[in-house]
Write a protein that binds this ligand. Structure first.
Ligand SMILES: [Zn+2]
Length: 458
């Protein structure tokens, strides 16, 4: 009996845009999907915009969630041997990007151990949740195994920042002992008149002991201007094979634009890997030809464009390419260059909005490609998605149905003089720029010609 989570995530795109796509993926109504989010914790991400929210979800996360909520119901009847329990789908395994094979191997090891008569505690926690000041660990059948109560001034991080990809509780076997560590993001020292405390990463062992904590004390100087925080966590990614687990964290200034990416090892040792003149909203992990990469997408404020930094995990720390002498030139940052650094073109809808740029908000991965999602700030469910090849070359761009929906609204309102079918953004390639080390080189990427039904061909 192999656990179902040994199945790879498939070759489809990972991201689901809007409630309709999420509901379709679940085979449920939009209402049911929304109820599942409220009542069962269906993982749905939101980006706050001026006019409302953009909603999206990850197929991978939904599958992981589905296994978590279905596990108790699927569980063998109460009189079945209790050792069967731990064999079933530890949901956290899914967090290892491309970890399907590893999950299979671990599951096989557990099956082997059960067959050889080794005893498993039925009280091994598989679900972890931060509720107010309590970190709760529950077994697969929902019973509480332990609770860690934080001090009174510690609690969930502020909801006032836009953090589309962030999950504040994640589990992974960082150190390779076949027991998961629990990585929890909290804020410490928040008061009623100071809503942002010190955002801190606390790492617990599976049995509920606090192993280590991390909060950065960084100050970056750009053209003589010093930025010393507070730093807000914008995304937190666990990557690497079990036993070589690394926590990658994107920090942004709570008010201004500087951002940086830190790598933490299993013991909590921190290393700054990247500094950017602009916020970083999303991190992703990718391996290709034996090399490991972390992608950091956000916005570069000097160029007012969505940005993608590709960091070779083994390379020296890097800084985003900026113009010497400009306000965005960093005086005390690392001096390496990212493996790749891309600027994505501003969309037509963005040019019609009040916000001077799009921002990269999410990095999704499938079996053979990486997808960068850029957002529109003041429209609902409208986004562009850039596809990078396995070797991380920009390949194509697609626009969501919501994008063309907004386009048609603007046509109807007389703010656009062409139709979606004849939109120059569809009919001409888009120009991505890549930093060459000395300057920017253009890369033309074709637009995939899909339009939503109702207005044209699909
Ligand atoms: Zn157009």
């Amino acid at each position: 009996m192999l656990p179902t989570d040994a199945t790879p995530s498939g070759s489809q795109d990972d991201q689901l845009n809007g409630w309709k796509e999420i509901a379709t993926h679940l085979g449920k109504s939009v209402r049911a999907a929304q109820r599942w989010e409220r009542e069962l914790g269906l993982p749905v991400h939101r980006i706050k915009t001026v006019a409302g929210q953009v909603v999206f979800a990850s197929r991978r996360e939904i599958e992981a969630w589905r296994r978590t909520v279905e596990a108790p119901r699927d569980e063998a009847p109460p009189d079945a041997p209790v050792a069967v329990g731990p064999v079933r789908a530890p949901a956290w395994r899914i967090w290892w990007t491309r970890g399907a094979v590893a999950a299979l191997v671990v599951a096989a090891a557990i099956v082997g151990a059960v067959l050889s008569g080794r005893v498993f505690t039925p009280e091994r926690p598989v679900r972890f949740q931060l509720i107010g000041q309590d970190l709760e660990a529950r077994a697969g059948d929902g019973r509480r195994v332990w609770t860690y109560r934080f001090p009174a001034d510690v609690g969930p991080v502020s909801a006032e920042y836009e953090r589309p990809q962030l999950r504040t509780v994640q589990v992974a076997d960082l150190d390779g002992d076949e027991r998961q560590e629990v990585v929890v993001l909290v804020q410490k020292g928040a008061t009623s008149n100071r809503t942002t405390g010190v955002e801190t990463i606390d790492v617990f062992s599976e049995d509920g002991r606090l192993r280590w904590s991390y909060a950065p004390e960084m100050a970056w100087t750009f053209a003589g201007r010093r930025f010393g925080g507070p730093w807000v966590v914008l995304d937190l990614l666990i990557a690497g094979a079990p036993g070589e687990g690394q926590i990658w964290v994107a920090y942004g200034h709570h008010t201004w634009w500087p951002a940086f990416v830190v790598r933490l090892d299993a013991g909590g040792r921190a290393s700054v890997r990247f500094v950017q003149s602009g916020l970083v909203y999303g991190l992703g992990y990718w391996t290709h030809a034996g090399r490991r990469y972390v992608l950091a997408t956000g916005v570069n404020n000097e160029y007012a464009r969505a940005s993608v930094a590709v960091l070779d995990a083994a390379a020296p720390p890097a800084v985003s390419p900026q113009t010497p002498g400009s306000a965005y030139w960093c005086d005390n940052c690392p001096t390496g260059t990212p493996y790749r650094y891309l600027l994505l073109p501003r969309t037509e809808l963005s040019r019609l909005s009040k916000v001077p740029y799009n921002a990269g908000v999410a990095v999704g991965t499938s079996v053979s490609s990486v997808q960068i999602t850029t957002r529109e700030w003041d429209t609902r469910d409208a986004a562009a998605m850039y596809r990078l090849s396995a070797s991380l070359e920009p390949e194509s761009v697609d626009f969501t149905d919501g994008y063309w929906h907004v386009h048609r609204e603007l046509e109807a309102a007389g703010r656009l003089s062409h139709t979606a079918e004849h939109c120059p953004e569809r009919t001409a390639p888009q120009e991505v720029r890549e930093w060459s080390g000395e300057g920017w080189r253009p890369i033309e990427v074709p637009v995939r010609l899909a339009l939503p039904p109702g207005g044209g061909s699909r």
